[in-house]
Design a protein around this ligand. Sequence first.
Ligand code: SF4
Length: 539
Amino acid sequence: MAIDEKKLEEIFSQYPAKVKRNRKKHIVIRDPEQARQEIEANTRTVPGIITNRGCAYAGCKGVVLGPLKDIVHITHGPIGCGYYSWLTRRNKAVSEDPKKNFLTYCVSTDMQESDIVFGGEKKLARMIDDVVEIFKPNAITVSATCPVGLIGDDLNAVAKAAEEKHGVPVMAFNCEGYKGVSQSAGHHIANNILMDRVIGQGDWEESPGKYPINMLGEYNIGGDSWEVERVLKEIGYTVISVMTGDGSYKDLKNAHVAELNLVQCHRSINYIAEMLETKYGTPWLKVNFIGIQSTIDTLRNMALYFGDPELIRKTEEVIARELAEIEPVIDQYKKICEGKTAFCFVGGSRGHHYQGLFAELGIETVLAGYEFAHRDDYEGREIIPEIKLDADTKNIPNLQVEPDQRRFKLKISPERMEELKKQIPLSYYKGMNVEMKEGHVIVDDLNHYETEEFIKLLKPDIFASGIKDKYIVQKMGIPAKQLHSYDYSGPYAGFKGAVKFAEDVAMGFVSPTWNFTTPPWKNKPIIEGTIEEGGCSKC
Ligand code: SF4
């Protein structure tokens, strides 16, 4: 069943007038005839609505900082914040020095009532002393939670004093959960400090190998970045750093020597990508390693950027070999998946990226959206100048960087840059909307009530979800493919990841589990009818 404005009105009819006006702006039915369809995003969720969003602390410590393995991440706050951001995203990491991999630890000041009343600064200072003594990390981060902001503990002063005392970088992140409207604010705060305090602190002046790149916005969930790095290294690239999956302070501080920055998740890290371009003259390329064709396109775009015929030849050789290996395997899963439909509602870029992989399996995405995206993630970066900055956004400091006097170097000439921009997404992201088909639904900040209503109307065969919403979906008798941490699976990126994804999705379709739950429409038939021209003859 396709959705139209009338059916949308039925969903909205349950809302009070003010909420209805609000939610209408966050939902768009795709019409390719319209040059641009505006959608509201990155605004506060209406109180009372059950949203899937997280807090600024979760975006800062949980998403961006958490995967950095040689840093001890201290959560300054009550234990719950630290506990619930403890490895929940399944960021994998290995370290050459096993004593410098702290990912499995949950380090929190565990603030009690007396700390809230009398302040927690002394407790935090003592904790940093202990961390230095026990772990001897390459650096320490301290992330603020809501209560810390409310009582006014001065994290920056404690961090500065500890850094002087121990001679170890100690970075304070003022990412109290209530800042901004979602975890997106926390991504921005983390980006600012990593740029200010880590990137460029290393002493490398040039790359140790050919075609040096940084991978940004790749968090190695279920081993994604390992699968991508396997292919990149085979082609001949030198991966300087990954931000931040399986990443480290040690690698990030030399990220300035890369000649190209790849941006996988645009939302969580585009700030660093832009600042690296301004400060060091390194362009960024929007990439997508989810899906077979997207991976091929990305590899070809990268080779075109460097423009070396040998690199282009090697790229094609690796693509041909990988395809030969995976195509026969993926074809068997395609037979199970063909003709099905999906909802794809994930955090940032995943809501967009996975649509291509679904399409390759013969699955059509009929509804998609993001938890915490901004308008440019939907409509493309060209609309950034039009986005009005509200008080929530202004609350997040916008770090201004200048070209580095010593290290700024244009990696390619301005003429070549302009030429390449016509062919590949250099310093550009087109957003999700243009790839959605006519009649398909785009929903920003999808909530619990709308999830149920859209499922009843569109009856998807699978729902690519987040962690919180997957249970509602499963209780409605629909397989949920959780794409924040992949539950217990992955990798899903790159060539071999596509096969793993196909296997998991096909398994969801053939599992007998779903026969044990009864979806609502099986008990409650939906009656459809038409009104003849001239209305009903009986009245
Ligand atoms: S909203 Fe505040 S209290 Fe809740 S997890 Fe985030 S930082 Fe902690």
